[in-house]
Ligand binder design. Structure first.
Ligand SMILES: Cc1cc2nc3c(=O)[nH]c(=O)nc-3n(C[C@H](O)[C@H](O)[C@H](O)COP(=O)(O)OP(=O)(O)OC[C@H]3O[C@@H](n4cnc5c(N)ncnc54)[C@H](O)[C@@H]3O)c2cc1C
Length: 425
């Protein structure tokens, strides 16, 4: 079992519960592999319906991206309502719009319903636009989501500067339904709620094989096995070779984060006094927020190696200093990184890998809210809903060509996107 990275969240989250490793051969109605938001939400929603569910996690619940992210609860996908209708047709596009528009509601409802102590703040999500291309996106997003009844607005340069206390934005999109959480506390709270509802959770239990046995799926670990008629893989950017080809459907990109020491009272009055989450319309973007003790959490793209070496975080530090000059030389308390799973079509995937074997993954850095919703949809499907009743299209897996060359591909794509960001911001 690998320890959590030495992140801000690992040091400030609610205490972990130890879930014992799987040590027997057990039968269930559904076996879930992966204990991040996707797996935990699937387990919770199934257990609440009385389904016997066993979840196995290689490390501890929340160890993956779910316990390392920026904690920004972002409603919606990168695709807007009209793009969803164009891509999926009118009827499915509308259902999908309703579903992705409700993802943040689902997160905050679960937090309330299960009393999850995770420093939840629902004061909005800001997406800053550094230039005309970004501002055009903001305007069309505001128009489209307002028409859907979402609580959104466009901010001008002065308004966004007053809220953010920095940035180089000519304006921004504000979704008042977004917010922030301590993501590791949220994951631990989901695990506690799922276990209380009857889900059996095992940490330190890597799934080593997955095979069809009669009408069931059998997942084996070094200590035991789970046999169930239905199985769900929720391994996202940490997908290994448990199911052939699944890892090649997403590109795992390392995203790096730094957290400052708590800011002075003076700075706290200027930098995000409302504690909104902030991201950008840039193609290679940075994002930031303020934690409960007034630390600035700032993330973005650095390198492709997971390391604690401060030098590896210099691209993130350079962006932090240029966007927040008011900080001077920021004093950093925590540095960590995690894998974001990118899809080439920019939408998450709900795969049916084989009969009664499902996977949900590929949130493109917007998974706090979306993966929670995906878990609910996966639970619906496992619970008997037909594929056509699920708003997300159910697809078989499509491997990304030249996946083995992804490191080179990522470097080239990022260089190209940075150039576009400069030429057409
Ligand atoms: C640095 C960073 C910042 C981000 N910021 C944001 C943000 O601010 N807002 C937002 O919406 N999204 C953000 N994201 C994305 C978000 O964190 C993810 O989309 C979301 O957590 C995905 O959850 P998941 O459960 O699908 O995957 P994960 O949380 O990655 O969980 C997968 C789990 O599967 C387990 N696993 C893998 N293989 C096996 C196996 N064989 N057997 C058993 N277990 C296995 C792993 O140990 C892991 O715990 C960020 C991601 C990162 C990395």
């Amino acid at each position: 079992m690998k320890p959590l990275p030495k992140s801000l969240w690992a040091s400030t989250a609610t205490p972990p519960v130890t879930y014992p490793p799987l040590a027997a051969h057990v039968a269930a109605d559904c076996v879930i592999v992966g204990g991040g938001f996707t797996g935990l939400s699937t387990a919770l929603h199934l257990a609440e319906r009385g389904v016997r569910v066993v979840l196995i996690e290689a490390n501890e619940p929340g160890w993956g991206a779910s316990g390392r992210n920026g904690g920004q609860v972002i409603p919606g996908l990168k695709l807007g309502p009209s793009e969803m209708r164009a891509k999926y047709g009118d009827e499915r596009g509308r259902r999908l719009t309703t579903t992705v528009g409700a993802t943040a509601d689902l997160v905050f409802d679960l937090i309330n319903r299960h009393n999850i102590d995770c420093d939840a703040v629902r004061n909005g999500w800001i997406q800053g636009a550094p230039g005309p291309k970004g501002m055009a996106e903001v305007q069309s997003r505001v128009e489209e989501w307002s028409a859907e009844g979402a609580d959104v607005a466009a901010l001008d340069a002065d308004e966004v500067r007053a809220r953010v206390g920095g940035g180089d934005y000519v304006g921004a999109y504000l979704h008042r339904g977004g917010g922030t959480v301590n993501p590791l506390s949220y994951a631990r709270g989901l695990a506690r709620a799922a276990a209380a509802a009857g889900a059996q959770i095992h940490g330190d239990s890597r799934a080593l094989s997955l095979e069809r046995v009669g009408q069931s799926w059998k997942v084996s670990t070094s200590g035991g096995s789970v046999t169930a008629p239905k199985a769900v893989l929720c391994t996202n950017g940490y997908t290994d070779n448990l199911w052939p080809g699944l890892a090649e459907t997403v590109i795992p990109v390392l995203s790096s984060v730094v957290a400052t020491e708590p800011l002075s009272d003076n700075l706290r009055k200027m930098i995000l006094p409302g504690r909104e989450g902030v991201s950008e319309t840039r193609r290679v973007l940075n994002w930031f927020s303020i934690d409960g003790k007034g630390r600035l959490v700032f993330g973005g793209r650095a390198n492709q190696e997971e390391t604690e070496d401060p030098n590896a975080f210099s691209p993130v530090m350079a962006r932090l200093k240029s966007l927040m000059p008011i900080l001077g030389e920021p004093r950093i308390q925590f540095r960590w990184a995690g894998h974001v799973a990118i899809t080439t079509d920019h939408v998450p995937h709900l795969n049916e890998l084989a009969p009664n074997l499902y996977a949900g993954l590929g949130y493109n850095g917007r998974g706090v809210a979306m993966s929670t919703m995906m878990g609910k949809l996966l639970a619906d499907r496992v619970g008997g809903a037909r594929a056509e009743d699920i708003p997300f299209p159910t697809t078989s897996i499509e491997r990304i060509p030249f996946h083995g060359w992804r490191a080179t591909g990522i470097a080239l794509a990022i260089g190209w996107k940075r150039l576009q960001d400069r030429l057409n911001p």
